[in-house]
Design a protein around this ligand. Structure first.
Ligand code: NAD
Ligand code: TYD
Length: 339
């Protein structure tokens, strides 16, 4: 079976490619990626030599490029990870989010229909549900929670979800959608909370915590997310939405302090900075549906996953040192310089 993975040079897509190559060796995996600032071919270096892996550079919002790839490879399954994924960047520059996340999803689905893909999976996010209050720990996002977005990023992801649902209803398009909580693990781009804090701490730089650090995220080790998507592709029901999360809620300050403790660094490195605009307070997934219907449960506990992640960044300095010495430097100065 040929599986087309878009956005496979990014964090979760690359982890998913490695998951497939390891667990589904009979599949042929095609990675379609534009290689934006977040895409990194070095991440796929171990996959490149394999005969059942192929990388093609293309933009999902370019219809001609996408159709050409579908015509050539005729994927049976499409998994769409490709996206602009960072909330802070979406606040600075929303337009690219609309183009990639919404138009790109539409073009991919058109290609899947035109070239007869049997299955399409849209990798969405729990951020489409907006946020939950901090003083109601009894509340969780279910698949029935209304869409209620806060950032241009989450609005673009929600728009894409609505488009996928419309294709399912209108064209009986064989699609599924998953909405996962915050991921962490290897190959996570250092603009996001966990890798940024690990790398800053390693370099004895200040750790910029937004607001009071009281916002809550529900963290899932990336491999557990990959296993859930694989399961949805094989056993999930067409037309369905599945929430993915492992009940691992932590305040940002707790996460940062855990990282400092693992690295043996002082909490004096923490610096409270101006809050994010429209900052979502709490995300928390109710994973009952995927657990009961597909038998998925996460394998990695946060305490183990975060240690493994810190160890990965220690062992793979050359991967992130190249990133932080490039255009990321300008990004960092712009976002954190006067914060
Ligand atoms: P990422 O930013 O690390 O990677 C995105 C990848 O998509 C990059 O390789 C980039 O080059 C590629 N890309 C961007 N625009 C493209 C385009 N127009 N055409 C082709 N490729 C393009 O993102 P990530 O964290 O790996 O997230 C992957 C997906 O999972 C996204 O759809 C995101 O919304 C979703 N998601 C992420 C999280 C999380 O915690 N990171 C949680 C839930 C859902
Ligand atoms: P992030 O990794 O950007 O993921 P998301 O906003 O999509 O959940 O941020 C996770 C949390 O960490 C979020 O509440 C914002 C906060 N944060 C900081 O406090 N400082 C930072 O430098 C970053 C990047 C995020």
């Amino acid at each position: 079976m040929t599986v087309l993975v878009t956005g496979g040079a990014g964090f979760i897509g690359a982890n998913f490619i490695y998951y497939l190559l390891k667990n589904r060796p009979a599949d042929r995996v095609i990675c379609l990626d534009k290689l934006t600032y977040a895409g990194n071919l070095e991440t796929l270096a171990a996959a490149e030599p394999l005969p059942n892996f192929k990388f093609v550079r293309a933009d999902i919002s370019n219809r001609e490029e996408v159709y050409k790839i579908f015509e050539e490879y005729r994927p049976a399954v499409v998994v769409n990870f490709a996206a602009e994924s960072h909330v802070d960047r979406s606040i600075e520059e929303p337009e690219l989010f609309l183009k990639t996340n919404i138009i790109g999803t539409g073009i991919l689905m058109d290609a899947a229909r035109k070239f007869g893909a049997e299955r399409y999976h849209q990798v969405s996010t729990d951020e489409v549900y907006g946020d939950l209050p901090l003083d109601r720990p009894d509340l969780f996002f279910t698949e029935e929670t209304p869409i209620h977005t806060s950032s241009p990023y989450s609005a673009s992801k929600a728009s894409a979800d609505l488009l996928v649902s419309a294709y399912i209803r209108t064209y009986q398009f064989p699609a599924t959608i998953s909405r996962c909580s915050n991921n962490y693990g290897p190959y996570h781009f250092p603009e996001k909370l966990i890798p940024l804090m690990i790398i800053n701490a390693l370099n004895d730089k200040k750790l910029p915590v937004y607001g009071a650090g009281a916002n809550v995220r529900d963290w899932l080790y990336v491999e557990d997310h990959c296993a859930a998507i694989d399961l949805i592709l094989r056993k999930g029901k067409v037309g369905e939405i599945y929430n993915i999360g492992g009940h691992n809620e932590r305040t940002n300050l707790e996460v940062v302090k855990t990282i400092l403790k693992i690295l043996g660094k002082s909490e004096d490195l923490i610096e409270f900075v101006t809050d994010r605009k429209g900052h979502d307070l709490r995300y928390a997934i109710d994973p009952t549906k995927i657990k009961n219907e597909l038998g998925w449960t996460p394998k990695t506990k946060f305490d183990d996953g975060i240690k493994k992640t810190v160890a990965w960044y220690l062992d793979n300095k050359s991967w992130w040192e190249k990133i932080i010495s490039g255009e990321y430097k300008d990004y960092y100065a712009k976002m954190y310089g006067n914060r």
